[in-house]
Design a protein around this ligand. Structure first.
Ligand code: PEP
Ligand code: MN
Length: 336
């Protein structure tokens, strides 16, 4: 971090500023020019309040040269992190596919879908028991009963389960969930992030509806700062002005994240587009952009789905998508 000090700053004020910086455990490097003085802050500047520094009368400008996310930063961890979710690996050469319904509706529905997606090559089962709905009158999910159904499906198929936590209140019910999902709407629910950090289970951290990549990485940082490094990021589209699709899939986030962080990055083409016919092209585009996996909504009767039917694939459509992905994977040096 670099602090540029105004030329009219008195020596007393300047000395005070230097001793305050040093009190934060940082070293300083001074560069005295004719019109201004530049202070280089050396050490871990992630805890420095940039806005506070900027607001000081004597300060002309503050420039951060080191990113505020430390644990997630690739500079401090050059190799890809490999996240193991009950035996299924994410990161590096691995390309797992998560599939299942938007929400858990019944035992028969989940088991039928789980068996179908497993036969096509999915290695994890998704399904929401707690659903974040825009309307309080829409189906809110089956809650803890839905978690029991997912466990049953895991027992029958052997597929590890991925499901969303919406409240810290239910943290104990997620102790045996293989991959705990933080949904887009909770990406900046900091108390929930800290709670899943302490829970210690692998976390699927979705990007917020209108959040920058850096804000997203700072949310990962919240989980990591509690000692949990098992995070998989999920790009699920962001809110833009375009109404033809539910969201806009930010494909460029994938290579940017691969530069900035060592954490695996997967894509959710279902929520990103909102349209089942876009799931295949967006899945293939994600493979091409360097994604580390996919999470796809599949329903055995999309027309009757209680949630997100329009973006859900039928099992045979999912099968076709997996076959197309398999053609592409060798081109990007990945394998399922
Ligand atoms: C979901 O995965 O069903 C979901 C609600 O996703 P998102 O949080 O990305 O909207
Ligand atoms: Mn959904």
């Amino acid at each position: 971090m670099i602090v540029t000090v105004k030329s009219q700053c008195s020596q007393r004020e300047f000395d005070k500023l230097i001793s305050w910086i040093k009190s934060l455990g940082l070293d300083t490097h001074l560069s005295q020019g004719a019109n201004q003085t530049v202070i280089g802050l050396i050490g871990d500047t992630s805890k420095v309040d940039m806005e506070l520094l900027q607001s000081l009368e004597m300060v002309e400008a503050v420039t951060r040269i080191q990113e505020p996310f430390k644990n997630a930063n690739r500079k401090f961890h050059p190799q890809d992190s490999i996240i193991d979710v009950s035996g299924v690996k994410f990161g590096g050469k691995h390309f797992p596919i998560i599939a299942g319904p938007c929400s858990v509706e019944s035992e028969a529905q989940v088991i039928a879908i789980a068996e179908a997606v497993k036969a096509s090559g999915a290695t994890l089962l998704r399904g929401g028991a707690f659903k974040p709905r825009t309307s309080p009158y829409a189906f809110q999910g089956m809650g803890v009963k839905g978690l029991d159904i997912l466990r049953k499906a895991r027992e029958i198929t052997g597929l590890p389960i991925v499901t969303e936590i919406m409240s810290e209140k239910f943290i104990d019910d997620f102790q045996d969930v293989d991959l705990v999902q933080i949904g887009a709407r909770n990406m900046q629910n900091f108390d929930l992030l800290k709670a899943v950090g302490r829970l210690g289970k692998p976390v699927l951290l979705k990007r917020g509806l209108a959040n920058t990549i850096q804000e997203w990485l700072m949310s990962a940082e919240y989980i990591m700062s509690e000692g949990n490094d098992n995070i998989i990021l999920c790009e699920r589209g962001i809110r833009t002005f375009e109404p033809y699709t539910r969201n806009t899939l930010d494909l460029s986030a994938i290579p940017i994240l691969k530069e900035k962080t060592h954490l695996p990055v997967i894509v959710d083409p279902s929520h990103a587009s909102g349209l089942s016919r876009l799931v295949k092209p967006m899945s293939l585009a994600s493979v091409g952009a360097g994604a580390d996996g996919l999470i796809i909504e599949v329903h055995n009767n999309p027309a009757k789905a209680l949630c997100d039917g329009a973006q859900s694939l039928r099992p045979e459509q999912f099968d076709d998508v997996v076959k197309a992905i398999d053609v592409m994977l060798p081109l990007v040096n990945k394998e399922r």
